[in-house]
Design a protein around this ligand. Sequence first.
Ligand SMILES: CC(C)(COP(=O)(O)OP(=O)(O)OC[C@H]1O[C@@H](n2cnc3c(N)ncnc32)[C@H](O)[C@@H]1OP(=O)(O)O)[C@@H](O)C(=O)NCCC(=O)NCCS
Length: 181
Amino acid sequence: MAREWDTPSEKENTKKKHPEKKRKPEIKIRTMEIEDIAPIFHLGEKLFTHDDAPNLYRTWDEYEVVEFFNSDSELCLVADDGTRIVGFVLATIIDKRRSAWKYGYLVWIAVDEAYRHRNIGTRLFKEFLSIMEEHRVRMLLVDIEAENDEARGFFARMGFNSPQDHIYLSLNLSTRDKKEN
Ligand SMILES: CC(C)(COP(=O)(O)OP(=O)(O)OC[C@H]1O[C@@H](n2cnc3c(N)ncnc32)[C@H](O)[C@@H]1OP(=O)(O)O)[C@@H](O)C(=O)NCCC(=O)NCCS
């Protein structure tokens, strides 16, 4: 509810006392649109570098974002502050053959570093969750690097309480071919 100021001078005094208290832009969570492809890619590019890839077998590039837009745009969300994209979720649904279960796979989630710890990740996740419920998804999956403490803390807070250890093994076939020749 808006407060009515008693006198104009009271309003002026408050402004002087708290000059830094500008209104923060309202952040809206909405589904991804075609214009969001480039901003999502550029935000992800700042966070998901090759050296610091948060999940193992997917790489961050413009094709990744376009693919999600083409296949699952209704499952993908952005946090929009009115002027730019400050966070996003890219996700898909997996149907397993001969299983009645549907799995919601949250592949990428990110919030611009300048906007972290302001509940934006939580709001993105909650919206994602309600979309998954509409699709009658029975289980949600995420995969993150073991050292990604902030994502671990975040997902624990979101209710992911049973981490399962997986070990990824790799075999570089190009070097093996050279050795055999
Ligand atoms: C994970 C991420 C999306 C969280 O976004 P966020 O907007 O800062 O999250 P919220 O403000 O909603 O935080 C909610 C809760 O998550 C937990 N959390 C968030 N950041 C954390 C951190 N650095 N360490 C531990 N817990 C953390 C806290 O419990 C937090 O609640 P609190 O603020 O009351 O302490 C953000 O840190 C990020 O973009 N990380 C880099 C990308 C990434 O690794 N994505 C995951 C793999 S794809």
